[in-house]
Design a protein around this ligand. Structure first.
Ligand code: ADP
Ligand code: MG
Length: 253
């Protein structure tokens, strides 16, 4: 069987995680994580609740600190150096389950806030960029509304557009569709698929296995703080090697 999404991958490594460990207090939450992500690669991360998926994603833009090993993003090692952290955050966009839009700002204001105040982009340029990305996520007509006036699916698309306004090199998604009603999931996955097709480097924590099969270059399965198995989607779904992967897949498919 051939894979529709199999393709040549770049050999430029944009994320490198070496022997990384993290503890929450006494609790050893991530154990010896090793991961290399190449430019343009699309990775889906799945695994049972509590396995450490969010923690790992959050370590990549230093929303969480790791205690051992290395995380290198676009050549910058994540350390306590604030400059490094700022540099990495500029390159890495993130979308969460809950969209975290500012409720008292319009959609357009939500999108222009960080570019104007963090990147010092002039207002007219920030607005033009915002409208460009609102077109891309197919809701330019909502620009002057407030988040509370939009559906959940629309709000999540705004959140994606907001990240894109910062022109990130890498996008991290942490269960972006899991708080949405079923009829809104597809519209968010469509936006993510388009982004993937345009070559964005993406790490997506999701249990949307249709998305994984269609879009991912690689699927990573985590359990109890470890990467248990990783493979191309075809191999991963048709021929899972580890018992825990098999159990997980039997529960969600
Ligand atoms: P997942 O995203 O796979 O569900 P998480 O990364 O959210 O997993 O959590 C992994 C484990 O770490 C869970 O046991 C969770 O309870 C614990 N955990 C998550 N965040 C914290 C925190 N801030 N402090 C202490 N324990 C945490
Ligand atoms: Mg999580």
């Amino acid at each position: 069987m051939t894979e529709s999404n199999q393709r040549e991958l770049s050999d430029e490594i944009v994320i490198r995680i070496n022997q990384m460990h993290k503890w929450y207090g006494e609790f050893h939450v991530l154990k010896d994580i090793n991961l290399e992500v190449t430019k343009g690669e699309r990775i889906v991360i799945c695994g049972p609740s509590g396995s450490g998926k969010s923690t790992m994603i959050r370590c990549i833009n230093r929303l969480e600190e790791h205690q051992q090993g290395q995380i290198i993003v676009n050549g910058t090692e994540l350390t306590n150096d604030v400059k490094n952290i700022e540099e990495v955050r500029r390159e890495v966009g993130m979308c969460f389950q809950h969209f975290n839009l500012f409720p008292h700002l319009t959609i357009l204001e939500n999108l222009t806030l960080a570019p104007m105040w963090v990147r010092k982009v002039p207002k007219s340029e920030a607005e033009a960029t915002a409208m460009h990305y609102l077109e891309r996520v197919k809701i330019p007509d909502q620009a002057n509304k407030y988040p509370g006036q939009l559906s959940g699916g629309q709000q999540q698309r705004v959140a994606i557009a907001r990240s894109l306004c910062m022109k990130p090199e890498i996008m991290l998604f942490d269960e972006p569709t899991s708080a949405l009603d079923p009829e809104m999931i597809a519209e968010v996955l469509d936006v993510m698929t388009t982004l993937a097709e345009e070559g964005m480097t993406m790490l997506c924590v999701t249990h949307e296995m249709g998305f994984a099969k269609k879009v991912a270059d690689r699927v990573i399965f985590m359990d109890a703080g470890q990467v248990i198995e990783q493979n191309t989607p075809t191999e991963f779904f048709e021929n899972p090697q580890n018992e825990r992967t098999q159990l997980f897949l039997s529960q969600i498919l």
